[in-house]
Design a protein around this ligand. Structure first.
Ligand code: SF4
Ligand code: MG
Length: 318
């Protein structure tokens, strides 16, 4: 709720603070138990920072993060360590997130050890079980990360995240680094695991086509703010925010009879060091009005379960 993360900008050899980047600027949303909430936006929109702040891998500047009724921004290190069992993360780059000098057994066994499974025999048997859960074989336990393909490495990352039976998994672009053919295998696996283990995912992606199948609801971020959030069907069928409409117009339709007009946005994403006034999207928006430069639109419900931050809808839907 009202999550903010500002990073200081430093300059010169003395590292004097000269300003800040508002990486996440007043973002509020809920992830319901058992759902997959997709968060989409271009690089630099604050989606990864949001995900990492929720786990407190990054300390938020302001805001509340409530998990199972408890505000976790108030927890001390020891309380947080216990909670980490329940909240895990899968990273974008399976190459960088696995220690190349450790065997798979050590990699997946580490979170088990951290959370109190001291018996090596027990850990070893749990690791083998986890490998099978993610579609690898127990004999892979003695191998090293470089002996696996990209997709297999991401399976190892998933097994590590599952080790302590978490409730929530932050998936930070888990398939972006993979070949398209492998992406759907990993997405199918993740969906299956969600159903089997009653998991909840916050699924971060830069591409609306990746979250289309897997998400129950989707949020769209632009320059540190959430601009639209609704059910998957509403978002793909009736996108309301001009930015969402532009993103969707770029997703190819599988049905060749459907002709979509591609909305080309002018310019690039402005620098988050110096975001535009009012609605941060006004420099690129095809519908920008005078008020858009002056006043920041509220993120509010325009219909049941449909939130939008845009002046076109501030007095109800047009
Ligand atoms: Fe476009 Fe204005 Fe809506 Fe921003 S508030 S998206 S500039 S119409
Ligand atoms: Mg990122």
């Amino acid at each position: 709720k009202s999550l903010k993360k500002y990073f200081p900008i430093k300059s010169g050899i003395l590292g004097r603070k000269v300003g800040h980047v508002k990486a996440v600027d007043d973002v509020s949303f809920t992830v319901n138990k058992g759902e997959i909430l997709g968060i989409v936006g271009e690089s630099g929109c604050g989606k990864s920072t949001t995900g990492k702040s929720i786990l407190r891998l990054i300390e938020p500047t302001e805001g509340e993060i409530t998990f199972n009724g408890q505000d976790i921004t108030k927890l001390n290190t020891e309380e947080l360590r216990k909670l980490r069992r329940d909240m895990q993360i899968i990273f974008q780059d399976p190459y960088a997130s696995l220690n190349p000098r450790h065997t798979v057994e050590k990699i997946i066994g580490e979170p088990l050890l951290v959370h109190g499974m001291t018996s090596k025999v027990e850990r070893s048997s749990r690791v083998k079980e986890l490998l099978e859960v993610v579609g690898l074989s127990s004999y892979h336990a003695s191998r090293y990360p470089h002996q696996f393909s990209g997709g297999q490495r991401q399976r190892i990352g998933i097994a590590r995240a599952l080790a302590n039976n978490p409730q929530l998994i932050i998936c930070d672009e888990p398939v972006s680094a993979l070949d398209v053919s492998v992406q759907s295998q990993i997405l199918n696996l993740m969906e299956k695991l969600r159903d089997e283990y009653h998991l909840t995912y916050l699924f971060i992606a830069h591409d609306l086509s990746v979250v289309k199948h897997i998400s129950d609801r989707v949020g769209v971020m632009y320059l540190g703010r959430m601009v639209e959030l609704t059910t998957k069907d509403k978002l793909y069928e009736e996108p309301k925010h001009p930015y969402t409409q532009a993103l969707l117009s770029a997703v190819p339709d599988p049905d060749p009879d459907i002709k979509k007009e591609r909305i080309i946005l002018k310019g690039d994403v402005p620098s988050p060091e110096n975001p535009p006034t009012g609605c941060a999207f006004h420099t690129r928006c095809p519908h920008a009005m005078d008020i858009c430069k002056q006043k920041r639109p509220e993120f509010q419900a325009v219909e049941n379960y449909h939130f939008v931050a845009c002046h076109l809808y501030q007095d109800g839907v047009q």
